[in-house]
Design a protein around this ligand. Structure first.
Ligand code: DP6
Length: 344
C-alpha cells in the first residue's frame, strides 16, 4: 500500500501490475450452462503461448469517483469498459472494498480477432486486481476469478497445457468446482504457428456466437457428446507424447465446434477465404509427411500445431498462402504473474 497526497489530504493507494499470455484451446470451450458465472457446458484443454502478452496495471485509490479504464491505443470501447467494471465489482465484493480503480492494459497481440486477447486480458486483470485489492488468492482461486471475466481466461492463469474443468453443478457448487489446472505432457515439444489472415475485429463476438449456438444449433449437443470423448482421448495422447494424435483430436474438435456454429440460426461463419487456404496447406503438409494440424477460434485466423522442430518449415509453407498477412511461431508460455511494464 502506498500513500500519496491529493487535494483532500492523504489518500491510500495500492497498485499491482501483472502479465498474462493467451492460450489456444485444443479441446474447445463453446457454450455456457450459466451465463452470469461463465460456467461452461464442457471441460476444455488448451496450450498457453509465449507471444501476445497482456500487461495490466491496476491502481486502487480512495479518491477516485469511478473506475477509469485505458488501453495503449487510447480509450477502449464501452463494451470492454463495462466488462472490466463488472469484473472489478466481483473483486470488490470479495474484498469488501468499494474503492474504485484505474486500470491500464496493454495488449501486444491483435484484439478481438480470435487470438484470445480476452483470455490474457482477464487473466492479467485478475492477478493485478486481486493484488491491488489485497486479496491473497492461490492459483486455483485466481483461475476461478479470471473465469468470471472471460471463461477462457481461467486457463491463462497457468502455463503449458491446461485443463479447465466444467465443474459439477449449475449453482454455487458448480462455480467452486469450475477452475483450470495444468496437465503434464513432458515428452511433447510443440509449437503453434499462428497464421494471421485478417486482424480486424470480428463481426459477431464469441460471446454472442456461443449463446446463439447453444440456443439454436441442432449440432450443438452432438458436439458436446463428441467433445467428452475428445477430451478423454486427448489425455491419453498427451500422456503418451503422441503429437499426431494430439493434433488429430484438436483439429476434429475445432472443426466440430465450427460445424455447430454453421448450424446456428442465423449461422455464424468465421472462415474467410484465407482461412481455407491455410487449412488446405495443412492438409498438403500432412500429405508430405509433416505432422501439422489446424485449429481455429472465433475468428478467421488459423493456428497450426506441430513439433517445434518442424515449426520453421510449417511457418514457411503457411506464409506462402495467398491472403496470409503474417505468420508467428509460438511455443508453450508461462502462467500469469505479478510484474511487467505497462508503460502508463
Ligand atoms: C472459441 O472465453 O472469449 O476461443 O467466456 O464469453 O468471455 P466468454 O468467452 P471466451 O470464449 C472462447 C471461445 C473459443 C474457444 C476456447 O478458447 O476454448
Amino acid at each position: 500500500m502506498l500513500h500519496g497526497r491529493s487535494g483532500r489530504g492523504v489518500v491510500s493507494v495500492s497498485e499491482t501490475t501483472a502479465t498474462a499470455y493467451p492460450n489456444i484451446a485444443l479441446i474447445k470451450y463453446w457454450g455456457k450452462r450459466d451465463e452470469a458465472l461463465h460456467l461452461p457446458v464442457t471441460s476444455s484443454l488448451s496450450l498457453t503461448l509465449d507471444i501476445f502478452a497482456t500487461v495490466t496495471d491496476v491502481r486502487v485509490a480512495d479518491d477516485l469517483p469511478a473506475d477509469v479504464v485505458t488501453t495503449a491505443d487510447g480509450s477502449p470501447s464501452r463494451a470492454f469498459t463495462a466488462k472490466v467494471v463488472a469484473f472489478l465489482d466481483v473483486i470488490r465484493g470479495m474484498a469488501s472494498d468499494d474503492r474504485r480503480a484505474r486500470v491500464h492494459t496493454v495488449n501486444t497481440g491483435p484484439t478481438g480477432a480470435g487470438l484470445a486477447s480476452s483470455a490474457s486480458g482477464f487473466a492479467a486483470l485478475a492477478v493485478a486486481a486481486a493484488g491491488a485489492y489485497g486479496l491473497d488468492l492461490d492459483r486455483r482461486a485466481l483461475s476461478r476469478l479470471a473465469r468470471r471475466g472471460s471463461g477462457s481466461a481461467s486457463r491463462s492463469i497457468y502455463g503449458g497445457f491446461v485443463q479447465w474443468h466444467r465443474g459439477d453443478g449449475l449453482d454455487t457448487a458448480g462455480d467452486v468446482s469450475s477452475y483450470a489446472e495444468p496437465v503434464d505432457a513432458p515428452q511433447l515439444d510443440p509449437a503453434l504457428v499462428v497464421a494471421l489472415v485478417d486482424a480486424g475485429e470480428k463481426a459477431v463476438t464469441s460471446r454472442e456466437a456461443m449463446r446463439r449456438t447453444v440456443e439454436t444449433s441442432p449440432f450443438f449437443q452432438p458436439w458436446v457428446d463428441a467433445s467428452k470423448t475428445d477430451l478423454h482421448d486427448m489425455h491419453s495422447a498427451l500422456a503418451a507424447g503422441d503429437l499426431p494424435a494430439v493434433g488429430e483430436i484438436a483439429e476434429r474438435n475445432a472443426l466440430g465446434m465450427h460445424a455447430t456454429m454453421l448450424g446456428a440460426r442465423p449461422a455464424v461463419r468465421y472462415f474467410a477465404p484465407g482461412s481455407m487456404r491455410v487449412l488446405d496447406r495443412v492438409v498438403e503438409l500432412r500429405a508430405a509427411g509433416v505432422a501439422a494440424y489446424a485449429t481455429m477460434d472465433a475468428g478467421p485466423n488459423v493456428k497450426v500445431l506441430c513439433d517445434r522442430r518442424d515449426s520453421a518449415k510449417v511457418a514457411a509453407a503457411v506464409a506462402e498462402t495467398d491472403e496470409t498477412m503474417q505468420v508467428m511461431v509460438a511455443t508453450p508460455g508461462p502462467g500469469a504473474v505479478v510484474g511487467g511494464t505497462s508503460d502508463r
